[in-house]
Design a protein around this ligand. Sequence first.
Ligand code: PEP
Ligand code: MG
Length: 597
Amino acid sequence: MSRRTKRGAVAWRGLGVSDGIVIGRVLRVQNGARQVYRATLGEDEVERETRRLRAAVRLSRRQLLAIKARAEKELGADQAYIFDAHLLMLEDRKLLDEIENFIRQERANAEWAVKVVADSLLAVYSKIKDEYLRERGSDIEDVMQRLLVALSGGERSHAHLLSEDAVIVAENLLPSAMAELDFERARAIATDAGGWTSHTAIIARGLGIPAVVGLRELHRHARTGDLIIVDATQGQVILHPTAATVEKYKATAARASRARAAAAEQERAPLFTADDKEICLRANVELPAEYEGVKKFGARGIGLYRSEFLLSSRGTIPSEDEQCRAYQRLAELTRGDGATVRLFDLGGDKIGGGANDAEQNPALGLRAIRFSLKNEDVLRTQARAIHRAAAHGRLDVVLPMISDLRDVRRAKRIIEEERARLEKEGIKTGSVRIGAMIEVPSAVLLADRIAREVDFFSLGTNDLVQYTLAVDRGNDDVADWFRSLHPSVLQSIRRTLEAAEAAQIPAVVCGEMAGTPAYAVMLIGLGATELSMTSSSIPRVRRAVAEIRYSDAREIALRCLDSDTADDVEELVRNEFSARWPRLFTPETLPAYKHKK
Ligand code: PEP
Ligand code: MG
């Protein structure tokens, strides 16, 4: 999407996936997509063609091993794991047999066979509902492009082209193309494709390089050497900016970098509102690429670890040892602050949801704790892995989508049984607290009783809004009905926090609301003292918390609780927030809440 501004400058809107502002020069990167044609081989040429394919696979493997080694050195093992998936594909006998069979049966050239087989795999991936898994289709594309280049005996490298201020502009930056780039020099990334969970986004966040994705047609319009501004904070890219715009952005970038430096100094310090109420900010984590951010942004441990992201792209559940290693890493990373591991939240719109096509109402189906209770062996394995890992640091476990105390009791019993069994086996365990996610209306209504049987609450506002308002959180057609500030949602949050307080257990709010400053202020007004969010949101929430008075936030929140509609609440928030905290909020930045999930 573009908007032409004066004197030839063109502004493009996208999704900022890694914060920051950069003014630089375009380096246009092609993914090396090749045109592939079909050739029909003579009977006697077929074997030679399969040998050509095998040679290309060997060459690609060598290239990938080199890229992986480089990525490990420059990015750390956390990021280099992406290339394991590519290597696995090149070692997948079944896949390679399929390509060879195609060559033999169709008497087709290797390029064509690679393309046909990869395209059919890609078609399967494009139908997957889960965004994270669907994005993994880019791995197939990447391996296919590498094989095609290898078949023509070529190399793919952009590294030598990078200037000091290079802004990488690509249609879709495939992971291995990224790893071939010179990270010392790449200043920012702007791509036509991609979403929050694309590899481009994950790697950019991991590296701390500003990135805007989803720019649609920027690549076609940009030329290498063009002046460009990437403003990932606003999700905007400006091509051919005017001198005045460049000056404006230089000033903004300098301010932001000063603010970041100041924030970095204070990041570990305890956080208080202006009237001295202590607020604790923790991190939500899905992937190892985010670990760096937990430290960098000063999170007080991990408030929500979405363990279902440990599943392989094929959907297989990791073994007890694999899980134990992953959880142990969390415990070590977060030291005394600890990490809360959520039991696999599978099914529904989540990972694995696509596999459950038989369900008519997946969000109301065999999801989260229900999945674990129905697949007891999965729950037992996960519980053992968590208990074992807890011997190395503080770990808690939280039960997702609790709708009934019976689920809490059954899960607790199984988790405890596994601890006792480990003890009997002489295996070291640590003490693990068990909490409940409150994200379903029935759990809100019975929050006082649930609070008596768990060690803490975790409030999942994403699902709480979905289930309270009966609005599918993933359906754009009903996005206007997804109102985080609906009075019923606010009342549910308040009720849950009160129940926790009465039972003297902690409650952490970990839905997306917690990471949005205005919502965070509202949550604090409703009584929240612990918020968990994507680490990169911590600095801006921190700034908001330090500026506000809890007593003001509380007064506004109480009035909101009494409102009739979400519109009334939003208006109240717009007026009150911008009047009381003009340095934090303006009416223009406040009203667009309803689309936040
Ligand atoms: C939530 O529902 O708010 C939550 C934190 O978990 P998820 O988004 O993974 O469902
Ligand atoms: Mg949830």
